[in-house]
Design a protein around this ligand. Structure first.
Ligand code: KIV
Ligand code: ZN
Length: 524
């Protein structure tokens, strides 16, 4: 039977929909929390990437989650905006309210269906769960015609019961049925069998979009996702860089490029603008402070780097000898060395356009250009990655209450490290000097003097954006206050300045988190 979906209309046989859950499943994993502005920026990037559905959050989880789903629903045009809800009326009503303003909206409601989850987590009998499926989907349909129902721990659910639940959800009006491999336990053949079974046994299964949602606990999320598609799934739930609960979710970039590169075997199409993949991946890394590993497929620094002489020779003669897709097809630039200290504003703007920053505002452009000139003065070679790190940093910081102004550090083997720092706090420049056990410690102490706080430093990381001794450093800072964790990051050719920027970024995130629970204005 043909699928006629309330938001997508008549669905072509070979179409597969990309449902991105970076802002929900991804964001709820430790260290990956984002504030409202960061979520909006990510949502814009996902819309530019061409995803079909953005799962913007879990509105009942907190006031902050509700607000971000609401803002994304109000602002982002193009993709369907989904809000997650458990099966209770309060959850669903909250999700319905949060997505209300969206051009195209969806409620995604779920309940566990495996024996283990029903007995120990829900403490519910299967018949009560079945009843909750019908009730929750019917209630969600009161808010939107586009309702997705998920069988949490679906891959470990008893097959007959799974079929009954799916049938109940379809009868109640679900238009997408999602079968998650919640704990990343299934093998590709298990997943394939589930989808084939649903299409064979459940009346109406061919009139809705079947969806797959695979976790990566055994490193099989992408393989399982592809097995689901081959079994009949027409929606793929995934995240940028594969972030998500525990070992993460299926990585969008990997699934999409596998489908595209192996058209001969998979034969499905989607609307992802693959040249935007790298940008989106890097934006997420900048916002969260977590880079992908160098050998990460598609978006890792080494994904298209050929080190061995034999490979280099082959690639120069014909790139197809060692490249199964072109670097440009996912956003890598052919030439990575292009800008220097003599480059002007027009060239910089053009470079940003090529790197996918078409929409950057004039003020942000000016600030980014100033920082680029400063960088070009200090660093001989300015690579695309340097510019991406710098501009993303600028955009992410634009809304911050505390801004880095300047830093002077004295350190060495014979002197006690000392830092002289200036920060702008709510528009007022403040200065402080402090000692420390090392230059980073002195800098963090100076930040503390200007902006006293009780947050504890939990993690400090240093990495390089590009290669060489003049590479920009990218530092990460994790702060904890009252059980809340935030991660900040900063990039600069000077490692201590990068550390200061990372600390300030983390503090800004903390202020944002505090403001969610304390509506009164905070002072330093
Ligand atoms: O992994 C899972 O089961 C989920 C559901 C809420 C869809 O994330
Ligand atoms: Zn999940």
């Amino acid at each position: 039977m043909a699928i006629n979906h309330p938001n997508f209309g008549a669905v072509a046989e070979d179409r597969v929909f990309i449902f991105d859950t970076t802002l929900r499943d991804g964001e709820q994993s430790p260290g990956f929390s984002m504030n409202l502005d960061e979520k909006l920026r990510m949502a814009e990037a996902l819309a530019d990437l061409g995803v079909d559905v953005i799962e913007a959050g879990f509105p009942i989880a907190s006031q902050g989650d509700f607000q971000s789903v609401q803002r994304i629903a109000e602002t982002i045009k193009g993709p369907v905006i989904a809000g997650l809800a458990r099966s209770g009326r309060e959850d669903i009503a909250r999700a319905g309210e949060a997505i209300r303003a969206a051009e195209r909206k969806r409620i995604h409601t779920f309940i566990s269906t495996s024996p283990l989850h029903m007995k120990y987590k829900l403490r519910m009998e299967p018949e009560a769960v079945l009843e909750a499926v019908s009730r929750s989907v019917t209630f969600a349909r009161g808010y939107t015609d586009d309702v997705e129902w998920s069988a949490e721990d679906g891959s470990r659910t008893e097959p007959d019961f799974l079929c009954r639940c799916v049938e109940a959800a379809i009868l109640a009006g679900a238009t997408t049925i999602n079968i998650p491999d919640t704990v990343g336990y299934a093998l590709p053949e298990d997943i394939n069998r589930i989808f084939t079974m649903l299409l064979e046994r459940v009346p109406g299964a061919d009139s809705v979009i079947l969806s797959t949602h695979c976790h990566n606990d055994l490193g099989l999320a992408v393989a399982n996702t592809l097995a689901a598609v081959r079994g009949g799934a027409r929606q793929i739930e995934c995240t940028i860089n594969g972030i998500g609960e525990r070992a993460g979710n299926a990585a969008l970039e990997e699934v999409v490029m596998a489908i595209r590169t192996r058209q001969d075997q998979i034969g499905h199409t989607n609307e992802i603008k693959t040249p935007n993949i790298l940008r989106t991946s890097k934006l997420l890394a900048t916002i969260t402070g977590f880079d992908v590993q160098p050998n990460k497929a598609i978006v890792g620094r080494n994904a298209f780097a050929h080190e061995s002489g034999i490979h280099q020779d082959g690639v120069l003669k014909n790139a197809a000898t060692y490249e199964i897709m072109t670097p440009e097809s996912v956003g890598w630039q052919k030439t990575s060395l292009v800008m220097g200290k003599h480059s002007g504003r027009a060239a910089f703007r053009d470079k940003l356009r090529v790197l996918g920053y078409g929409e950057i505002g004039d003020n942000q452009l000016n600030d980014a250009f100033r920082r680029f000139k400063d960088l070009a003065d200090r660093k001989k070679l300015v690579y695309d990655d340097d510019i991406i790190a710098l501009v993303d940093d600028e955009v992410v910081r634009d809304q911050s209450r505390i801004k880095f102004v300047s830093l002077e550090v004295r350190s060495g083997s014979q002197i006690q490290p000392r830092a002289k720092l200036e920060l702008e706090v709510d528009g007022v420049v403040k200065a402080a000097e402090a000692h420390g056990d090392g230059p980073v410690d002195a800098t963090f102490n100076a930040i503390h003097t200007i902006f006293p706080h009780d947050a504890e430093l939990r993690l400090f990381t240093v990495g390089a954006v590009t290669e060489g001794t003049d590479a920009q450093a990218r530092c990460g800072v994790r702060l904890e206050e009252g059980g809340k964790l935030v991660d900040g990051q900063g990039a600069d050719t000077d490692t201590i300045v990068a550390a200061a920027r990372a600390y300030v970024h983390a503090l800004n995130k903390l202020l944002f988190k505090r403001a969610r629970t304390e509506p009164v204005a905070l002072t330093a």
